[in-house]
Design a protein around this ligand. Structure first.
Ligand SMILES: *Cc1c(COP(=O)(O)O)cnc(C)c1O
Length: 426
């Protein structure tokens, strides 16, 4: 009986137009089902060749001459490619530093620009680093400002009305994650920006959990500022550099608080006075990691090839299949849905809640429990997060992952797990 779902999965995989991309990633154990690409994307095979070339040719042979050949403009060149993924102009994006650092730079710039207003609005679904950076800005620099964190009524989503009543003419900045890291809740940037701009505030969107998974139209939605991570859906590799976006008309007025030489108008003049560049490169600070930039480019090209709309279409089909199996098989095993059901309100991961989530998650990963090694991740207190990454997740992956969840819970196999309190990363 349950095999009809397997047949469905096989048929879906057979007609999946993005199927060929799966073979472009490093091949892992046949029995391994990777559902954590929203936290660390898989490694594209050609990353190995690109890095080998960077090491042997660009660094080894060409040495410092490579700066003029291709390195010096890499931040901008890859930024321009990312612009194609997120509906922005090539000259509005630059790749640099980490998401946290870029958030610091742009939030600082926004608060400076909107002096006189002293409120910052965010929400309680936001990622910890975002809130910490805002708190730090208030503690050390903008001491009269206040952070207003909008609460979630259902621990899963934010009501637009609640957000609207938090935004006033005192609001300088609204900083939100487009897709919430735990529940996968997704804002309509278009709608929210209308509220923000009506109040005369600036918007700063964190796209870490949406870029590479859902289509983005930054210019069409009149986004002022944005940042995003590249080691999740964009498969740039652990700690790969992040990007930042500043709408063109703000380039002149916004300052970079970390005014290093790479953001100067003429870095190689080594003049004693800082003079900021006039374009997006003013938001650079110091020398970028070229190894990391070159590794990142591989997967950006893959995404451009695959096409945003195709990626979203497959992500929704995968999500709907998982939701269907949740209703048919997992609900009766005490699982609850920790993500919005409606497609428009959800990114590309789904959280399943269970009182034994932590041990179930460990049991999924253990090779000697069940038939597959399934790797999702655990987010406190009771979420098993399942990342659906259309370039390499198959429908059969979903089928077998759910089968494994059923087995582990029905047979109480999670009772074999002794939680390791020393394990830091979950
Ligand atoms: C992953 C993630 C980050 C990561 O920030 P780093 O500076 O790369 O550690 C930031 N914000 C959100 C919303 C994320 O999902």
């Amino acid at each position: 009986m349950s095999n009809s779902y397997l047949h469905f999965a096989i048929a879906q995989d057979a007609k999946d137009e993005l199927r060929k991309f799966r073979a472009e990633f490093f091949k892992t154990d046949e029995n391994l089902i990777y559902l954590d690409g929203n936290s660390l994307g898989k490694m594209p095979l050609s990353t190995i060749d690109v890095l080998k070339n960077t090491l042997e040719k660009e660094w080894g042979e060409n040495l410092i001459r490579s700066w003029n050949k291709s390195w010096y403009t890499k931040n901008r060149a890859i930024g321009a490619k990312i612009a194609g993924l997120i509906g922005a102009k090539p000259e509005e994006i630059i790749v640099a530093d980490s998401t946290s650092i870029n958030l610091y730079k742009l939030a600082f710039a926004a608060l400076q620009y909107r002096q006189g207003r002293t409120a910052i609005v965010s929400d309680e679904l936001n990622f910890s680093t975002d809130l910490y950076v805002l708190q730090g800005l208030i503690a050390h620099q903008f001491k009269n400002h206040q952070l207003n964190i909008v609460a979630s009524a259902d621990a899963m989503s934010i009501q637009l009305d609640d957000l609207a009543s938090a935004i006033t003419h005192h609001t300088a900045l609204v900083q939100l994650s487009h897709v919430a890291f735990k529940s996968g809740f997704m804002y309509s940037i278009d709608e929210v920006n209308k509220l923000i701009h009506h109040a005369g505030a600036l918007d700063l969107w964190d796209l870490s959990h949406s870029v590479g998974a859902v289509p983005l139209e930054l210019n069409r939605w009149n986004v002022s500022l944005a940042i995003g991570c590249t080691y999740k859906y964009l498969n740039g590799g652990p700690g790969s550099p992040a990007f930042l976006y500043v709408r063109k008309d703000l380039h002149e007025d916004l300052i970079n608080p970390v005014s290093g030489w790479f953001g100067a108008a003429k870095p190689f003049n080594f003049s004693l006075e800082y003079e900021a560049a006039s374009d997006i490169s003013k938001f650079l600070s110091g020398t970028p990691s070229i190894l990391a930039l070159n590794a990142l480019e591989v997967s950006i090209d893959m995404h451009l090839n695959a096409g945003n709309q195709n990626i979203r279409a497959k992500s929704l089909l995968l999500s709907q299949f998982l939701l269907h199996l949740f209703h048919q098989k997992l609900r009766k095993l005490n699982f609850e849905l920790g993500s919005p059901e409606v497609d428009e309100n959800r990114g590309s991961h789904i959280s399943l809640k269970h009182p034994e989530a932590r041990r179930i998650c460990e049991a999924l990963i253990q090779p000697d429990i069940g038939n597959h090694v399934v790797i999702p991740d655990f987010r406190s207190p009771d979420n098993i997060r399942i990342g659906l990454t259309p370039l390499y997740t198959s429908f059969q992956d979903i089928y077998y992952a759910v089968e494994e969840l059923e087995l582990i819970v029905k047979e109480k196999l999670y009772e074999k797990i002794q939680l390791d309190s020393n394990q830091v990363v979950t």
